[in-house]
Design a protein around this ligand. Structure first.
Ligand code: MN
Ligand code: MN
Length: 445
């Protein structure tokens, strides 16, 4: 009989661990910020860039994904122990030509990234995070909207008094359209700057240039993301949960980082992968579908023969570290209660994700699932086996299937979340802690 993890956990230890996690989440709201945090934390623990070599190394790909390695006693050909998460999260990205003026308001056009319920992203304070690269290569890192003195940004919704037809007669999901996610950027003008009809935009652009040295064309070579400006907070009268933007999937990046930092002289070589682009299907150079991981292995192998690389892959074992959906008592009709993950019941093991009929998913073998059971039970880790939702209700995927394509054993393994992909997702502190312990147990095997 499964029981809540709280019964056996030391609450003080768990809360301390999670307060560090909250600090990480509050500071790292983009993949670049998460990668920087992972690298600087790893460096403090003695990790060196791949070029320098050694037993603890890392490699960063385009500032947006990272791999950490702790060399084990066995040869690489005996296989790796990999925990792979992603550090990108759903958000609003700026379009290449974002700034426009309408009715004497300056606004920004956005293109959302990842699977969002658009109506959740209006009328909340947003912060601006990202990087602008000037023509000469000079980089401007931007974080605006996090400090109390900073301005924030927002998408203004329509008042309920006038929304009866325009929104009320639409289907729920279509209430806010992608092209309606326009961010209020300014409303003031002083002189008649700019074109005849774009005086506010003219004033805003002048302000951007004077204050930040940014020209309009710089926004073409920029990655600007608008994200909720909330800090990660304790949720509930008992403070048992953490509410935050971006649990998915920095929760697994953080817990696997803590686990690998505490891994010394393991039997097998341990690897942490934190990739980008998962939320849009893992496409692109910094996503899991890219050849970057394979290339990395060739770089660290003593004899980079293809045959040896095949051995590395065939003998490797992977935890695809991503979040699961926790059973929400208000919407439990979407899930099948015998196979839904429960908040506080520890790390979730999913043999497959996908949707109705097990389409588009990896499925872990019974043999590997048994091995995972053994590892977790041996360390008294609270874990639960689950599926995402009801068979015909929809579904989702993770990077598991891309890793499995290398012919490695892969299983999905991470904490369950309430309100996944919303601006304020909720996770149980007990599950966060058990996820960390699970990854650590896996590494030390
Ligand atoms: Mn995810
Ligand atoms: Mn996701």
């Amino acid at each position: 009989m499964k029981e809540t993890a709280w019964l056996k956990l030391d609450k003080e230890k768990v809360f301390k661990f999670c307060s560090e996690y909250c600090d990480f989440l509050s500071r790292c709201k983009t993949e670049r910020e998460a990668v920087d945090y992972i690298v600087s934390t790893a460096e403090k623990s003695g990790f060196l860039p791949i070029e320098k070599g050694g037993d603890k190394i890392y490699e960063v790909n385009r500032n947006k994904s990272v791999i950490l390695v702790v060399r084990g006693k066995k040869d690489l050909k005996e296989g790796l122990r990999i925990v792979a998460s992603h550090v990108d999260s759903p958000r609003l990205d700026l379009k290449p030509n974002p700034v426009y003026e309408e009715e004497e308001l300056a606004l920004l056009k956005t293109h959302y990234y990842g699977g969002i319920k658009k109506y959740q992203w209006v009328s909340i304070p947003l912060a601006m995070h990202g990087v602008i690269v000037k023509e000469n290569g000079e980089k401007l890192n931007i974080v605006l909207g996090e400090d109390p003195g900073d301005p924030v940004f927002t998408v203004c919704d329509l008042l309920p008094h006038l929304a009866k037809k325009i929104q009320g007669e639409k289907k729920f999901f279509e209430g806010i359209a992608g092209e309606e996610l326009n961010i209020l950027f300014g409303s003031m003008r002083k002189e008649d700057k700019g074109k005849e009809k774009e005086k506010v935009k003219g004033f805003i652009l002048e302000l951007l240039e004077k204050t930040y040295g940014i020209e309009e064309e710089d926004l073409v070579s920029a990655e600007i993301q608008f994200v909720p400006n909330f800090k990660a907070r304790d949720v509930g009268i008992d403070k048992s949960c953490v509410g935050a933007y971006g649990h998915d999937d920095r929760i697994c990046a953080f817990t696997s980082l803590k686990a690998i930092l505490e891994t010394e002289n393991p039997e097998y070589t341990c690897v942490l992968i934190a990739v980008d682009r998962e939320e849009i299907g893992s496409e692109g150079a910094t996503g899991m579908k890219s050849k970057a991981f394979e290339n990395f292995l060739i770089k660290i192998m003593d004899s980079p023969q293809l045959r040896d690389l095949v051995s590395v892959f065939e003998n490797s074992k992977v935890l695809s570290a991503d979040v699961a959906a926790a059973l929400n008592p208000t919407f439990k009709d979407a899930q099948e209660k015998h196979n839904a993950a429960k908040l506080g019941y520890g790390v979730v093991v999913e043999r497959y994700t996908g949707s109705g009929g097990k389409y588009s998913t990896n499925e872990t073998t019974a043999e590997f699932a048994a091995e995972i059971r053994r590892i977790f039970n041996k360390d008294n880790i609270t874990w639960q086996a689950a599926e995402l939702g009801k068979v015909d209700e929809g579904g989702g995927g993770t990077i598991a299937k891309f890793l499995a394509n290398y012919n490695m054993d892969v299983i999905d393994c991470g904490p369950a979340i309430l309100g996944m992909h919303s601006p304020f997702e909720v996770a149980s502190k007990a599950d966060i802690y058990e996820t960390y312990r699970a990854y650590k147990a896996f590494y030390k095997e």
